[in-house]
Every structure is written in structure tokens, then in C-alpha cells.
Ligand binder design. Structure first.
Ligand code: HEC
Ligand code: HEC
Ligand code: HEC
Ligand code: HEC
Length: 232
């Protein structure tokens, strides 16, 4: 009797182990995550889809008063990045030491808003679907311990010099990968003031703004085709 119980317990454990193992193995086969797509024939342009998703906020941005006391500036924006386009470090304390962030970070970074205890507006993340925040963003541990190195920080593209003619739409001087929500960096109180523009309601940005080819020469936007299309 006892032996049957133990044996069936072992059997259950073994089946459990198998299910778990197969499940994680299959998960491991999944491609690295690149946000995009449904099953249409045409590859969808990933690089600004989030603007359309968040277009309901466009008019809010347009009507928000400017809070001059708490504007972010381009200098601190670049200061917080190892090089232009690198993930910024987390400039504020994070209570949860374990875990990857996810919803905890999104409480403030999904829609932004003023955060009393940091005395600043939270910048809206351009990629709310990438929930493992700390995979790329890490806390600043120290301001003083590291010694300077020879690391060459590529200069950032200049702002305000990208128009072919006075009044024509400037080209986009940066890559588009990880920047699907143009509004998150260019509109709203959490955005850097030098990057603000006055037409967040024209949500089809790339109808008028084209990427500067030189910036994109070596880096192509990823397109993740649906599995079905890849298989064909
Ligand atoms: C209580 C609200 C709040 C929470 C929770 C929060 N943040 Fe922030 N975060 C802010 C505010 C406000 C700023 C702007 C700070 C400043 O400008 O001084 C900020 C700034 C940042 C920046 C710098 C952005 C830049 O462009 O330089 C990063 C990166 C960041 N947070 C990541 C995270 C991550 C990752 C988490 C979760 C582990 C998180 N934050 C949780 C409010 C929050
Ligand atoms: C795969 C890496 C990766 C993951 C995961 C990721 N980020 Fe980012 N994040 C980046 C990079 C790279 C940038 C800088 C984009 C740029 O400047 O081109 C960035 C920029 C930001 C900014 C700055 C926006 C601004 O206005 O300056 C915030 C805020 C931010 N991320 C928050 C988050 C939060 C919150 C999460 C989790 C929900 C997250 N990120 C997950 C790579 C990542
Ligand atoms: C992660 C933040 C971020 C996102 C998202 C982002 N940008 Fe930018 N943008 C910048 C920064 C920073 C600059 C200043 C130059 C630089 O450092 O690349 C800039 C510069 C520009 C300029 C040139 C402005 C001028 O006056 O010269 C245009 C146009 C532009 N961006 C359009 C877009 C469009 C369109 C999108 C969406 C496809 C977008 N940006 C998404 C951060 C961002
Ligand atoms: C109908 C065409 C059109 C659309 C759509 C459009 N823009 Fe513009 N944009 C312009 C023109 C024209 C200028 C130059 C204005 C000037 O120099 O007076 C400009 C300027 C800018 C600038 C430089 C700052 C400034 O105010 O001069 C940024 C940043 C920008 N646009 C971002 C965007 C983003 C992000 C979107 C999508 C949400 C967008 N634009 C949609 C035409 C457009």
C-alpha cells in the first residue's frame, strides 16, 4: 500500500518534471522579442506603431500647460546615457531590489505624470511592452567610484539643423529601433524641452519626417514576420 503511494507520487513528480522541462525548452526556442506584427501579408512598420496606439493622448499633450520649473534639458538627458541611443541608467532609488521591474516601473513610466518624491515628471517609456526593464536599465550605484576611461562617446546628432529648407520638416537624425513612440520623447512634460514640437496631434509622423539615411546605413530596423510567413 505504502509503496504504491510512494510510486505514484514519484510518477506524478516525474510527469510534472517532464511538463516543466518541455515547457521551458519550448520557451527557450522563442525568438528574441521584437515588437511587431500580426498575420497580414505586408510587414508592418514597427518604428512608430506606438504613436498610433497612444494617439488618444496626442491632444492632451497639445493642451497641457508648460511647467517651466520642472523641465528636463538635453544635457542631463545625454549625461545619463553611455552614448547616444544607449539605455539610460535609473537615476532614482528603486525599492524593489529583486525582480526585473515590469509593472512596478510602468506605474510611473507608462503614462508619466509628476512624482512628488523625485520632484520631476516621469518620462514616458517608448517601449512599455518590454517588461524586463532591468535587463537594460540599471541603477546608478555611485557617482564617484569609477575613474575616467578612454571610452569614446559618439557625439549626439545636433538638434535644429536638420531641415533642408527653413520651415521644412527636419529629417529624423536618430535610429528608430526602440523608439516606436515618438511622442514619449518629443511631447509632454516628461520630455526634454529642446525636443518639444508643437504638433503632437499629427500622429503620422513619418508622412513628413524621414530618417536621415546616414544614421541608418549600418543599422536596419528589425522586422519580425509572423511565423506563418517565415515558414512559407
Ligand atoms: C514613483 C514613480 C517611479 C517609479 C516607480 C519608477 N520611476 Fe523611473 N523615473 C521616475 C521619475 C520622476 C524620473 C525622472 C527623474 C528625473 O528627471 O530626475 C524617472 C527616471 C527614470 C529613468 C531615466 C530616463 C532618462 O531619460 O534619463 C529611467 C531609465 C527610469 N526612470 C527607469 C525606471 C525603472 C527601470 C523603474 C522600475 C525598476 C522605475 N524607473 C520606477 C519615476 C519613477
Ligand atoms: C531591450 C532593452 C530595454 C528594455 C527591456 C527596456 N528599455 Fe527602456 N530604453 C532602452 C533604450 C536603448 C533606451 C534609449 C532609447 C534611445 O535613446 O534611443 C531606453 C529609454 C527609456 C526611457 C527614456 C525615455 C525618455 O524620454 O528619455 C525610459 C523612461 C525607459 N526606457 C523606461 C523603461 C521601462 C520602464 C522599461 C520596462 C517596462 C524599459 N525601459 C525596458 C532599452 C530598454
Ligand atoms: C528615446 C527618445 C526618442 C524617441 C522615442 C524619438 N526621438 Fe526623435 N529625438 C530624440 C533626441 C534625443 C533627439 C536629438 C538628436 C539626437 O540625440 O538624436 C531627437 C531628434 C529628432 C528630430 C530632429 C529635431 C530637430 O529639431 O532637429 C526629429 C525630426 C525627430 N527626433 C523625430 C522623431 C520621430 C518621428 C520619432 C518616432 C519615430 C522619434 N523622433 C522618436 C529622442 C527620441
Ligand atoms: C504634415 C507634416 C508633419 C507631420 C505629420 C509631423 N510633422 Fe513634425 N514638423 C513638420 C514641419 C513642417 C516641421 C518644421 C516646423 C518649423 O521649422 O517651423 C516639423 C518640426 C518637427 C520637429 C522639430 C521641432 C520643431 O517644432 O520645429 C520635431 C521634433 C517634430 N516635427 C516631430 C514630429 C513628430 C514626433 C511627429 C508625429 C507625432 C510629427 N513631427 C509629425 C511637419 C510634420
Amino acid at each position: 500500500m505504502n509503496r504504491t503511494v510512494i510510486l505514484s507520487l514519484l510518477a506524478v513528480l516525474f510527469v510534472g518534471f517532464l511538463i516543466n522541462w518541455i515547457y521551458s525548452w519550448e520557451q527557450g526556442l522563442e525568438e528574441a522579442y521584437i515588437p511587431i506584427t500580426d498575420d497580414t501579408e505586408l510587414p508592418i512598420i514597427p518604428s512608430e506603431k506606438a504613436v498610433f496606439e497612444r494617439s488618444e493622448h496626442a491632444f492632451d499633450y497639445l493642451n497641457m500647460p508648460v511647467d517651466e520649473e520642472h523641465q528636463r534639458v538635453l544635457d542631463t538627458y545625454y549625461d545619463n546615457r553611455a552614448y547616444p541611443g544607449a539605455p539610460p541608467s535609473i537615476p532614482h532609488p528603486v525599492k524593489e531590489k529583486l525582480g526585473m521591474g515590469g509593472n512596478i516601473c510602468l506605474q510611473c513610466h507608462q503614462n508619466g505624470g509628476f512624482v512628488e518624491k523625485f520632484n520631476a515628471y516621469a518620462p514616458v517609456t517608448p517601449h512599455p511592452d518590454m517588461i524586463n526593464c532591468k535587463q537594460c536599465h540599471v541603477e546608478q550605484r555611485t557617482q564617484s567610484k569609477f575613474v575616467d576611461t578612454e571610452f569614446y562617446k559618439k557625439p549626439a546628432p545636433a538638434v535644429g539643423v536638420n531641415n533642408a529648407l527653413p520651415g521644412s520638416p527636419p529629417v529624423i537624425p536618430h535610429q528608430l529601433q526602440m523608439r516606436e513612440n515618438c511622442l514619449s520623447c518629443h511631447a509632454g512634460p516628461g520630455a526634454v524641452k529642446e525636443l518639444w514640437f508643437d504638433h503632437p496631434q499629427r500622429i503620422n509622423c513619418r508622412q513628413c519626417h524621414v530618417p536621415k539615411e546616414a544614421e541608418l546605413e549600418h543599422v536596419q530596423s528589425f522586422v519580425r514576420y509572423s511565423k506563418q510567413i517565415v515558414d512559407e
